[in-house]
Write a protein that binds this ligand. Structure first.
Ligand SMILES: [Fe+2]
Ligand SMILES: [Fe+2]
Length: 267
C-alpha cells in the first residue's frame, strides 16, 4: 500500500507488526537511522538536533536495556567523538541546551557531553575518550530498574526509598558487564560514580576509585546540581555549584587535581 502524505495526515497508516524474534534486528535498524541523523546534524553544525536525536536514541535504548540493546551505543559514540574532535568547544554548548522535561536520559546525555569535553581538554586518546563517553552515557542505566515513582518523587526521599535508589550502581554494573558485555571499564563508571575518596560513598564505601568512576562522579554532581529542579531545590548556577563541589574537595571526597582540570574544561 502506498502511504502518501494525505493518508499519513489523516492517520490512515497501516499498522506494521514485527515478530518478537525479529525485534532486536528491527531495533538495530532504527538505531542505524538515528546514527545517520546524528552524523548528518554534526556535519551541518545543528547541535540542537544532534542532542534531541541522541536523547531519542538513548530513551529508546534505556526503555529496555536487555541483551544486545546497549550495543548500538558504541557506534553512536564513534560518530560523536570523531565529529566533535575538531570542534570540542561545541560540547559545552551541547550540555547547556535546555530541555523542558529533565529526565535520566537528558541528565545522562549532558554528563556524556561534559565528560567528552573534559577528555578533549586534557588530550586523552580518541579511544579513551570514546570509552569514557560511553561510560558517562550509561552511568545511570541501573535507574531503569528503579520504580519511577521513587525516581521522580516530588519530595525528599524516605530512608527506605533512598536505599532502593542506592542499588542503581550495582544494577548498572550488571546490565553493562553481564547482560550487554560492553566491557569492565565502562561498567566501573556505573558501579563507582557515587563512591567518594573518603569512603563515604555507596554502594561499596571504597576509597580506591577508578579514574572513570572519579571523573563521572564529579561531572554527575555538577550536572545534577546545575540542571535538576526539584520542588524543594532550585537548580544552581555553575559558579555556585563549583564552590559547593570545592567544599567536597576540601573534605577529601573528590580528587583536587581532577576537580581543577574539570573546572578548566568548562571555560
Ligand atoms: Fe547515579
Ligand atoms: Fe547520574
Amino acid at each position: 500500500m502506498e502511504i502518501n502524505e494525505i493518508r499519513a495526515d489523516e492517520g490512515m497508516r497501516p499498522r506494521l507488526y514485527i515478530q518478537q524474534s525479529d525485534r532486536l534486528e528491527a531495533i538495530r535498524e532504527v538505531h542505524k537511522g538515528f546514527n545517520q541523523d546524528i552524523a548528518r546534524s554534526i556535519e551541518t553544525g545543528d547541535v540542537t538536533t544532534v542532542k534531541s536525536t541522541l536523547c531519542d536514541l538513548v530513551a529508546e535504548t534505556l526503555a529496555e536495556p536487555r541483551a544486545g540493546m546497549l550495543q548500538a551505543l558504541p557506534g553512536t559514540m564513534d560518530i560523536l567523538v570523531s565529529g566533535y574532535s575538531k570542534q570540542p568547544s561545541i560540547l559545552r554548548t551541547f550540555a547547556t541546551i535546555s530541555n523542558k522535561d529533565y529526565s535520566t536520559v537528558i541528565h545522562s546525555v549532558n554528563v556524556m557531553a561534559l565528560t567528552l569535553s573534559y577528555a578533549f581538554f586534557t588530550g586523552l586518546s580518541l579511544r579513551e575518550t570514546k570509552r569514557l563517553g560511553l561510560a558517562a552515557l550509561l552511568h545511570d542505566v541501573g535507574k531503569t530498574e528503579i520504580p519511577s515513582e521513587i525516581l521522580s518523587a516530588p519530595r525528599k526521599l524516605t530512608a527506605e526509598e533512598f536505599e532502593i535508589i542506592k542499588s542503581h550502581p550495582a544494577i548498572g554494573n550488571r546490565l553493562i558487564r553481564e547482560i550487554n558485555r560492553l566491557g569492565d571499564d565502562i561498567a566501573l563508571g556505573a558501579l563507582e560514580h557515587h563512591e567518594k575518596l573518603d569512603g563515604s560513598g555507596y554502594p561499596q564505601g571504597i576509597k580506591k576509585i577508578s579514574f572513570c568512576g572519579q571523573l563521572i562522579g564529579i561531572v554527575d554532581c555538577y550536572e545534577a546540581l546545575t540542571n535538576e529542579e526539584r520542588p524543594y531545590r532550585r537548580a544552581r548556577d555553575p559558579m555556585d555549584t563549583l564552590k559547593l563541589l570545592k567544599e567536597d574537595v576540601e573534605a577529601g571526597k573528590f580528587s583536587r587535581r581532577l576537580f581543577e582540570k574539570f573546572c578548566y574544561s568548562l571555560i
